[in-house]
Design a protein around this ligand. Sequence first.
Ligand SMILES: [Zn+2]
Length: 169
Amino acid sequence: MKWEESKKEIKELGKKSKHSYRYDLVKRGGNSAVMKAKKTIVARFYQLESGHALIAKHLLQIGKRRDMKCWWCGHEYQTRDHLFKWCKRWKREQKRLWVDGQEGEEGYEGVEKVLKKPKISLPMSLVFAEEKCSQALMDFLSCTDVGRISGVVEEAENSDHEESSDGGV
Ligand SMILES: [Zn+2]
């Protein structure tokens, strides 16, 4: 009889351990800034880190666009570099990311200060790889639509779903 109870207990424990997954990752040396950020921001962070994100360069590679034009500022090549460093649409946010940083308890230093180099000589791969820059990058993502909006509404709209409008029953 007791066995049934303890089986239940074990089940409950299993459920609980799922909730502490984040905590475990931090304990194991996971990136704490990544752990604290919202799921959607984290998802965009990793997509942009790998380059498989909603940026024109990648969309061209997978055949979703015919060019690499930036849908925000019209620049010819919308690369990851362009969006994080040069795109005119996100000037204010870029300044905070690279130069100013953010004051306060949850604050962070600008990437140029952390890595002691101007942005022009810092490849994005290096910035993404540096844990000390994660928070600044996440904040940039939460303040911008970089990696969130595809600029190809008509193609992107249904790409995740099966067409079910013409016979759902
Ligand atoms: Zn742009």
